[in-house]
Design a protein around this ligand. Structure first.
Ligand code: ADP
Ligand code: MG
Length: 261
């Protein structure tokens, strides 16, 4: 069975989610191109995080469709969606606090459905043991890339906020999903890490992971994205290159409330 040909990593059609009287996401539709970095921006309360929750199965939409690899994700729980190759991060980094940094990275593979690591640990077959050794060495290599190798035996819960972000990026590198959605990766992070994160995003793309990134840091959005989608009041109000949006009056107006407060 072959998947239908598509040039979208993700397509969202008419997503809607109400919380009581609040329409958090209101007929939101967009496509994120395959093999590119798509920015998702908009003022606080625009519905960006809720849209991510709907896409990744953490909340159920009232209506609308999410197509990933041409397949409707309707009703699938988060772990099934991540095993299909769609990962997401949260505004606050989430790690396994009691596990070591190295274990966290190795688990990223297991989380995304490659259970060979666990099979290898059980020692049932030589080939599986080799796989486990390969995965450990791959995890060390990735930690080195992110400057976290010296911390590999530290409990992840003891890391600083910035280090937890880097660990999250290392986990994405390890899992190598087809699409990752990053929710405000620069939030609370020392700007020095920004360049490292931008390079990591380039590495995701080089490894075949398409990226959607929600971020308030507009220089970062300009630096890393090829295409930007602007949300306001639950819907998409504009899209295009970052530079084309700066001269778009609707976009400037949507941001104004935030800029003057
Ligand atoms: P953004 O990520 O763009 O800042 P959110 O998706 O967090 O926006 O929020 C969109 C709107 O939905 C806001 O008005 C917010 O207060 C509301 N909202 C989000 N989550 C909930 C919830 N669990 N219950 C009630 N209202 C919510
Ligand atoms: Mg948000």
């Amino acid at each position: 069975m072959s998947a239908p040909a598509t040039t979208s990593a993700l397509e969202v059609r008419g997503l809607t989610k109400r919380f009581g009287g609040v329409v958090a996401v209101d007929g939101c539709s967009f496509r994120a191109p395959l093999g590119q970095v798509t920015g998702l921006i908009g003022p606080n309360g625009a519905g960006k995080s809720t849209a991510i929750d709907l896409i990744s199965g953490f909340k159920l939409p009232d209506s609308g469709t999410v197509l990933f690899k041409g397949m409707a994700l309707q009703g699938l729980p988060p772990h099934r969606i991540s095993r299909l190759g769609l990962m997401r991060t949260f505004q606050s980094p989430r790690e396994w606090p009691g596990l070591t940094v190295l274990e966290n990275v190795v688990m990223a593979r297991w989380d995304s459905g490659r259970e060979s690591f666990v099979g290898g640990l059980l020692g049932l077959r030589g080939a599986q043991r080799n796989t486990a050794a390969d995965e450990l060495s791959r995890a060390r290599e990735i930690l080195d890339e992110f400057g976290l190798l010296a911390l590999r035996n530290e409990r992840a819960g003891n890391l600083s906020g910035g280090q937890k972000r880097l660990l999250e990026f290392a986990r994405i590198r390890m899992a190598a999903p087809e699409l990752v959605i990053l929710d405000e990766p620069m939030g609370g992070v020392n700007p020095v890490l920004g360049e490292r994160m931008a390079l990591a995003i380039e590495a995701f793309i080089a490894a075949g992971t398409s990226v959607i990134v929600v971020e308030h840091n507009l220089p970062f959005i300009k630096r890393v994205t090829e295409h930007v989608i602007v949300m306001a009041q639950g819907a998409v109000i504009a899209e295009g290159s970052f530079d084309s949006l700066r001269s778009n009056q609707d976009v400037v107006d949507a941001y104004l409330g935030e800029m003057v407060t």
